[in-house]
Ligand binder design. Structure first.
Ligand code: ADP
Ligand code: MG
Length: 726
């Protein structure tokens, strides 16, 4: 069976290379033209909208001003004309429900008339508000039945685009998804609210430094890791199809230990697939920039140029969807799961994050003058305070059954949140902590009394991949984010945490200045205080080491090892308070999220457990019994020929024991999975403490059996095949 999938895979690779597969590679000369060609972007808006409508829309996009009905109608009309000219027949309000990735429902532009004709129509009302029949999307109890239908609301700050697939063209309108009572049922709404919150506080701080900025946006550039494997293998693995990861599979003789994969040359079929994916992404305006091999075999990365965090989050979702959609055209399947294969690295998503004013100044970029650097240090200090104070919530924002396989597993950052600052910045904060504020000298010294910031290299020398949250020259990189998740949730948490820290800083500095204190002195005092209060969060060493775990415990840092431990952070009173204060999520919205994520955890483990029982009983056991019989027959045949097969008998005994154990463990897991009836939080603990260990045990036997079973009898594609035949 395994060999059948292998033969198919080999054929598909050969067919591809004989075919015009290579024709898909785009010539670089055309990409500038392609970029954004399917987007209703600023350029198109300006060309197609009446002047006043264009102005109002711009003000909405750049300043968050309200948009009136007349403008909405004008935008809808222009949008429809543009879409229809490009062959669109339908439009969809595209949204981000609390589970899964994205959702959409398509409606036609056609309106039949009584005379039997049809009009192509699209009103401002239809643009602004949609009503997906969304009663089956999880709401965590936020929608009682009488208000079962949430609605989608147009997000004018993320441009509409065309989804072209085969012969269908659909206008996609990014939207927020809220209940009739105005509560957020999605991941976009809180992200937008959190960006507002951060802007309010950051502007206050900037003002103290003499800036005229009225709006600060968070910027984000997410690096996506993923696997590509031949589709024939994918279809032969029920676990990959239904759980996104392999639940059985012995380690191959060669894994990633040769380190010959990272940045290595990309196989031709894979490269063609990547190029095609990128071309399609260019068309819909996603500025993808970088591609390379990752550490594990058959693992790759794609990264864009950073953008406004809201648009970046939408573009990130579009990237994930595109990777999934294009891969099959090349006979490949894209795996976005955090840990598709045991024993080799899993996939994450490095979330590069910063803040920028409307003049394009990156607030986390060390400046050229002492004055700029003082401001830079204040924003850095805010991040220190934010991450230290809200480490539990940040940890919860990346928690999932899938990410549990990575965090702390010696290949991904630990589950403990800490910040890597690099030598230079750490040194500065150490000086500050010691009260470096006293020596306000000119020349080589900063106003706040710290030896002047040498120009920090944009690419800080030490990449320290073991840190979950690293300063990388002019931005922070939240590395513990998982490959499969919507980045809206961790970015929202980061923004709120930073907003809260910036608020405390603005409060303190404003009060000092009002009392007539010099800004320099007030800043110096504040930085010293923050350095003292929050230095425990700074760690530049090896995050994988056992010593760090001990040291972190001594420092009082949280070590929330798994999803079940992490999720309750979401509903801690302090979290509810800070989220409500910044008007990002209320208690009900937070509780709903807690319940939904808990439920998702329970469902994931349940599906995986059920799949393991199925695979053990219906794939592995029949194959193993067949081989057991063959060994038995061989031993008998040898005996009737007058000899004794010593090794045969030994093998038979060993193999029989394993087969028995497989059956026993599969049955035990099956019994454990039948348990139900407790509250979701209790059930989650049960899943973690009883079911997951039983799954691990079952897998161990299954994998032991695999290495003893003839290749021709083995019913599943092996790791060796899936990871290396490409
Ligand atoms: P590396 O992390 O490998 O050093 P880069 O510095 O090029 O690579 O950045 C990686 C990602 O960080 C890219 O997606 C990039 O666009 C993004 N990035 C760079 N600057 C910022 C910023 N100011 N805000 C958010 N993301 C940024
Ligand atoms: Mg990086």
């Amino acid at each position: 069976m395994g060999s059948a999938a292998l033969a198919d895979a080999i054929k598909s690779i050969r067919d591809w290379s004989l075919n015009e597969g290579r024709a898909a590679l785009t010539s670089p000369s055309s990409i500038a033209e392609l970029f954004g060609s399917l987007v209703f972007n600023d350029r198109v808006q300006e060309a197609r909208l009446p002047k006043t409508a264009y102005k109002v829309l711009r003000a909405t996009i750049t300043k968050g001003e309200a948009l009136d009905q007349t403008t909405a109608d004008a935008v809808a009309g222009a949008l429809k004309d543009w879409a229809v000219e490009h062959g669109a027949t339908h439009y969809t309000h595209w949204f981000q429900p609390l589970t899964g990735i994205t959702a959409e429902k398509h409606d036609s532009f056609l309106w039949p008339t009584p005379e039997g004709k049809a009009l192509v129509e699209f009103s401002g009302k239809e643009l602004i508000k949609g009503e997906p029949d969304a009663s089956s999307f999880p709401s965590g109890g936020m929608r009682s039945t009488f208000e079962a239908r949430g609605y989608t609301a147009w997000d004018p700050t993320s441009p509409p685009f065309l989804h072209v697939d085969g012969n269908s063209v659909t206008l996609v309108i990014p939207t927020a998804f809220v209940s009739w009572t105005g509560e957020a049922l999605d991941k976009k709404t809180p992200l937008l609210r959190s960006m507002e919150a951060l802007s309010r506080q950051a502007v206050r701080v900037l003002k103290l430094f003499g800036s005229t900025s009225e709006r600060v946006t968070t910027t984000c550039g997410p690096e996506q890791e993923y696997f590509l494997i031949d589709r024939n293998f994918y279809f032969a693995r029920p676990d990959l199809i239904n759980a996104g990861r392999t639940l059985f599979g012995a380690k191959p003789p060669k894994g990633q230990e040769m380190e010959d994969q990272y940045f290595g040359s990309i196989p031709e079929r894979v490269l063609a697939c990547m190029a095609d994916t990128e071309t399609e992404l260019y068309k819909i305006g996603v500025p993808v920039k970088t591609r390379h091999n990752e550490v594990a075999p058959s693992q790759y990365e794609i990264a864009p140029v950073f953008e406004n965090a809201n648009v970046a989050a939408d573009h990130q979702l579009m990237t994930m969807e595109m990777l999934k959609r294009i891969a099959p055209k090349y006979g490949l399947e894209c795996l976005l799961h955090e840990k598709p294969f045991a024993g080799v690295n899993g996939s994450g998503k490095h979330n590069n994050w910063s803040m920028s004013d409307e003049f394009g100044n990156n607030l986390l970029s060390p400046g050229a003058t002492p004055h700029d650097n003082m401001q830079f240090l204040v924003f850095c200090a805010a991040v220190l305070r934010a991450v230290d104070t809200w480490q539990g919530l940040l940890r919860a924002s990346i928690a999932s059954a899938g990410n549990d396989h990575r965090l702390g597993a010696n290949e991904a950052p630990p589950a403990i949140l800490s910040i890597f600052l690099g030598d230079q910045l750490s040194d500065i904060f150490e000086q500050l902590e010691k009260g470096g504020a006293k020596s306000t000298k000119q020349g080589g010294l900063l106003d706040v009394g710290v030896s002047s910031l040498p120009k920090l290299p944009r690419d800080a020398g030490d990449r320290n991949r073991t840190s979950p949250f690293a300063f990388t020259g002019n931005k922070f990189e939240f590395r513990a984010v998982s490959s499969g998740q919507n980045i809206g949730w961790p970015n929202m948490v980061l923004n709120v945490a930073a907003a809260e820290a910036l608020q405390s800083i603005a409060d303190e500095l404003e009060a000092a200045v009002a009392k007539g204190e010099e800004l320099n002195k007030a800043v110096a005092k504040l930085l010293t205080k923050i350095a003292k209060q929050h230095k425990r969060i700074v760690f530049n060493g090896n995050g994988y080491s056992k010593e760090w775990e001990k040291e972190a415990a001594k420092r009082g840092l949280l070590n929330l090892k798994n999803t079940v431990d992490a999720l309750p952070e979401i509903i801690k009173p302090a979290v509810v308070k800070v989220m409500e204060k910044h008007k990002v999520l209320n208690g009900r919205e937070l509780h709903a999220r807690y319940e939904i994520y808990l439920e998702a955890y329970n469902k994931t483990i349940n599906v995986e457990g059920q799949l393991m029982v199925l695979i053990a009983n219906r794939y592995i056991l029949p194959a193993a019994l067949e081989y057991q019989k063959q060994i038995g027959q061989s031993v008998t045949a040898v005996r009737s020929a007058g000899a004794t097969s010593v090794q045969g008998k030994k093998l038979l005994a060993k193999y029989t024991k394993l087969v028995d154990r497989l059956k026993v463990q599969a049955d035990a897991l099956d019994v454990l999975l039948a348990h139900s009836g407790t509250a979701a939080d209790k059930h989650a603990k049960y899943m973690r403490d009883k079911v997951v260990p039983a799954m691990n045990k079952l897998r161990e036997v299954g994998d032991e059996i695999e290495v003893l079973t003839p290749h021709g009898l083995w019913p599943l594609p092996t790791y060796r095949e899936m990871l290396f035949v490409k």
